[in-house]
Design a protein around this ligand. Sequence first.
Ligand SMILES: O=P(O)(O)OC[C@H]1O[C@H](OP(=O)(O)OP(=O)(O)O)[C@H](O)[C@@H]1O
Ligand code: HPA
Length: 193
Amino acid sequence: MTLFDPTLPPAQYLAHADLIHDEAAVRLAIAELAAALKLSLHDSQPLVLCVMGGAVVLAGQLLPLLDFPLEFDYVQASRYHNQTQGQTLLWKVLPSHHVKDRTVVLIDDILDEGHTLAAIREKCLEQGASRVVIAVLAEKLLGHEKPIRADHVGLQVPNRYVFGCGMDVYGWWRNLPAIYALPEQVSPAALSG
Ligand SMILES: O=P(O)(O)OC[C@H]1O[C@H](OP(=O)(O)OP(=O)(O)O)[C@H](O)[C@@H]1O
Ligand code: HPA
């Protein structure tokens, strides 16, 4: 048996993956997220911050469902660097000064170990945000405490590396409309076949 590695042709990751949530389930989850955000934020004129790049698919589907006044901006912080293990958080685009005295909604594709969203939330508060609300498409079930909780979670995913709907596997497949998980292990024969 062997672990997946970053050098395989991208089709191999999908060929060996398991479907976790299909496209219909993802759409329903995003509609439910929109309904929850409408209830809690419709009169707060929030600033919605998309955590690029993973949240791009969620943002594109969620924003048109939010029928109340909001402003949109983005931040960019990467911890996985196109790998499957989290590393040091690298800030690429910081929140702008416009977070001051605002209700800020962070939207991201996945809450995994929670370090990324914890750091972004902290930065927003440091810069004067009055409230930070977190909405994620998926939360990974790790079975232990995390440094942060999301206020709104669309779907739960198992403790495996997942991809699709904005989430990449070694840089590939953010474009898939459903969520897949890599197997823990795969035999070398299966990969060469
Ligand atoms: O909860 P954590 O363990 O911190 O991981 C979650 C973060 O990891 C991913 O970003 P990534 O670093 O892969 O950058 P990307 O958005 O460019 O894919 C994902 O988009 C989240 O922002
Ligand atoms: O399981 C994951 N998949 C894709 N991106 C991620 N970023 C953190 N965890 C994951």
